[in-house]
Design a protein around this ligand. Structure first.
Ligand code: ADP
Ligand code: MG
Length: 368
């Protein structure tokens, strides 16, 4: 190839590059919006949402009441309820968004982690829909989604910037995560036994509260004295945590006192709730503080159902008053399982052309 040819190719290349670069972000260039349907079925909530890019148009959830009688999620019943709920929930999400299913750009679904039977319902439905409309299928890691829900467009708050400390606190997980990019996440700590939400639920069960007990404990704690009872803070290495010891200490306190006074729980309910809540929150706050300092991170991004807890919000907001802490708490509708967070991950994956495969099966123990 002679020099003239080389110069010609280089010129063409630069012109093409100039054309694309000058058009990106140009007010005249209208990027076609993407419409993503998000489907979430990892545990006991059947959820569907429609997003226009990162804007939520609809976010629908069918909670499964069937588990209340059992004090926890019964996997077989959860998959059956997903089967019954998934079509109406998706239809509702499309109808609220005022989108015809033929307008969808892609389908994003939860591939894991979660209950296998529950995940299978959502994935089979998502695959069938993607196949019938010949549109891309996108796999979403539920735990990534809990953190990336902060990238849903929010007029009131800018999203976090990378890197940040991600903290997922839910019924099934308690994780500290170093988040370097959308899909570059490393778990640096986790619970060695129970998750924080599970500890709330189990302590609530001991007091005779309905499942899930977290929201009820939160409500009752507001009228209680958090210093009334003291529980041990476990000593666990590095950024790992443990909740089973405090749960057992709580159970022992109740059993010992009920043996002497059958009305012990009823007489002390608010104080018990306030005291156990304060301890459960203290355990995670200690680890968040340590990880934030050791990794020299300014931003702490919370996700998961327990992010709705008012004590954890109070403590974190107090920290955020200092210059070294910027705290991101999800809006309430994105704390517990929801499909909007699945949809927004679908949007970012679609932008990066990270598409899923029809032969990919769900993974109950999916990690980052
Ligand atoms: P998972 O995905 O693991 O099922 P979710 O993210 O749906 O968990 O969160 C459910 C958990 O959040 C339950 O354990 C529930 O008790 C807890 N939870 C919800 N709201 C609160 C609250 N206000 N205070 C404490 N825990 C809460
Ligand atoms: Mg969850």
């Amino acid at each position: 190839m002679d020099n003239n040819n080389m110069a010609g190719i280089l010129y063409d290349f630069l012109m093409v590059k100039f054309y694309f670069c000058s058009n990106i972000g140009s007010p005249n260039m209208k990027k076609k919006p993407t419409y993503i349907l998000g489907i979430e079925s990892s545990c006991d909530d059947t959820a569907a949402a429609v997003l226009k890019d990162n804007i939520v148009l609809s976010n629908c959830i069918a909670n499964q009441e069937v588990h209340r009688a059992y004090g926890g999620v019964v996997p077989e019943l959860a998959s059956r309820a997903h089967q019954a709920n998934i079509v109406p929930v998706v239809q509702r999400a499309l109808s609220i968004a005022n989108i015809d299913k033929k307008e969808l750009t892609a389908i994003a679904y939860t591939r894991g982690p979660g209950l296998l039977g529950s995940l299978l319902v959502g994935s089979a439905f998502a695959k069938s829909l993607a196949l019938s409309f010949d549109i891309p299928l996108i796999e979403v890691n539920h735990m990534q989604a809990h953190l990336l829900c902060h990238f849903i467009k929010n007029e009131e708050k800018q999203p976090p910037s990378f890197p940040f400390l991600g903290v997922t606190i839910s019924g099934g997980h308690t994780q500290l995560v170093l988040v370097e990019d959308f899909f570059k996440m490393t778990q640096i700590g986790t619970t060695l036994d129970d998750a924080i939400g599970e500890a709330f639920d189990k302590c609530g069960k001991t007091m005779g509260l309905r499942y899930p007990a977290g929201p009820e404990i939160d409500k009752l704690a507001k009228q209680g004295n958090s210093e009334a009872f003291e529980f041990p803070i476990p000593k666990v290495k590095n950024y790992d945590l443990s909740y089973s010891g405090v749960k057992t200490a709580f159970l022992n306190l109740i059993n010992n006192n009920v043996a002497k006074n059958p009305n012990f729980v009823a007489n002390n309910l608010n104080d018990l709730c306030a005291s156990i809540q304060k301890t459960l929150v203290q355990i995670i706050i200690q680890k968040i503080t340590k990880a934030k300092e050791d990794f020299n991170l300014d931003q702490v991004v919370i996700g998961g159902g327990v992010a709705a807890n008012s004590e954890i919000r109070r403590v974190l907001n107090e920290k955020a008053a200092s210059a070294q802490w910027e705290v991101f708490l999800p809006p309430f509708q994105y704390t517990t399982d929801n499909a909007a967070m699945i949809g927004v991950v679908g949007y970012y994956k679609h932008m990066q052309n990270q598409l899923g495969a029809m032969d990919q099966s769900v993974n109950a123990r999916l990690t980052f």
